[in-house]
Design a protein. Structure first.
Length: 179
């Protein structure tokens, strides 16, 4: 932060003055923009400092978690090996239980994998349209191109009928401050 910005931040109006203050001249506009510029510079400085600290802490966290994950994989591999050796000895072996947890085999359900395009073609060819879902939704982009708006209501230009379920809310202009 340069000295000019620092000076601008030091000379901020007190709360009582803020309540009474009103910008009346271009010099006052310039003054307010200088204050905003100094505030934005300070905000950026704080964000950069915070981001640097967040990145440093994140790097430390990832290093520590990586060490723990490596240890967890080591012990998990040992337990997997143990379970498979037990299953080799006794095909009916199901689990080992201790006060700290259980090692067991779990039956998994078959996984279905789909190629949607081929499946749709196949269902259509065998006449099983009852197994095909059709999703309907308004084409909003196309509607905006063709519709006519009158007093907030959307009118179909072909029929002249107002369309239910949609209305247009006018919005006022907004002030933009560029620094």
């Amino acid at each position: 932060m340069n000295a000019l910005h620092l000076h601008e931040l030091e000379e901020m109006p007190e709360q009582e003055e803020r309540e009474r203050f009103r910008i009346e001249t271009i010099d006052q506009v310039n003054w307010a923009l200088r204050k905003l510029s100094a505030i934005e510079t300070k905000r950026t400085e704080i964000e950069q400092l915070a981001q640097a600290e967040i990145e440093r802490i994140q790097a430390w966290k990832e290093t520590e978690l990586k060490k723990l994950q490596d240890d967890a994989w080591f012990f998990s591999d040992l337990l997997h090996d143990y379970a498979f050796r037990q299953r080799e000895k006794d095909p009916n072996w199901k689990k080992a239980s201790t006060p700290y947890g259980v090692v067991k085999f779990k039956k998994l359900q078959p996984k279905w994998r789909y190629d949607d395009e081929k499946l749709l073609e196949s269902l259509k060819s065998v006449g099983r349209t009852d197994l095909i879902r059709v999703k309907e939704e308004p084409n909003k982009a196309e509607l905006k191109k063709v519709a006519v708006v009158q007093n907030g209501k959307v009118i179909d230009p072909e029929t002249g009928a107002p369309l239910d379920g949609v209305y247009v809310e006018e919005q006022s202009d907004t002030v933009v401050i560029d620094l």
